[in-house]
Design a protein around this ligand. Sequence first.
Ligand code: NAP
Length: 222
Amino acid sequence: MKVIIVGVTGGVGVRVARGLTARGHQVTGMVRRSGQASSLEREGIAAVVGDVATDAVETLANFIRGHDIVLFTAGAGGRDGPEATVAVDGDGPAKVVAAMKIAGVNRFYLVSVFPEAWRERRMDEDFEQYMVEKKKAETQITLTDLDWIILRPSALINEPGVGTVDLGLAKVHEEIRRDDVADTLIALMERPEIRRSILEVTGGETPIADAVTALMSSGKAS
Ligand SMILES: NC(=O)c1ccc[n+]([C@@H]2O[C@H](COP(=O)([O-])OP(=O)(O)OC[C@H]3O[C@@H](n4cnc5c(N)ncnc54)[C@H](OP(=O)(O)O)[C@@H]3O)[C@@H](O)[C@H]2O)c1
């Protein structure tokens, strides 16, 4: 598979890139600063310099052309203010989908967020805006005719992966290791018959391959 990752320098993105490369897939990462490209390239990951918030759709299409899959795991993370949250988390996925249509690529994976996402613990204005933007993006993706998967991970942590998860249509929001989210995304990409579904994933006891296979056998994904 040839996969291009928007958000490749992020915690999930770099893990997916490394995991796919180790499994013999070809990966391109979109980076915002040229200095980030060389460290990726040392790991066998191609890089293009781009910015989903400011690049034209046609520019993004030129990056995407020739790939089989686009993974969008970028997020403004509240670091650059509410405008960046709109441009990246809210409008970014649909902009990338518009670019995919120009480029003739139809498999799209979006890393999103659980709607509840510990809002009982934290309900400040920035976080609520982030949640609204994430949901807006999901809604736009579900209206496309692409082969999309929206994966909502619970709270992300950096401890080493354990290779097991709890994956399905609706899960209780807890925590999950970024390594395990990355391996779940790779396992889903390797099963193209699983498509057009919103899935939730959190830490759990089921080996990732079995969790993905169970989606098929239970008819939870088409
Ligand atoms: N944190 C959590 O607990 C949590 C829980 C559920 C879901 N999520 C979501 O999961 C996804 C992955 O999270 P993460 O922690 O791996 O992310 P992260 O480490 O914060 O990385 C974010 C990535 O987005 C990129 N990015 C930001 N603005 C961009 C732009 N304008 N154009 C292109 N790329 C841009 C960053 O690039 P730079 O290196 O240039 O900044 C970085 O690669 C995010 O969408 C996040 O919202 C997070």
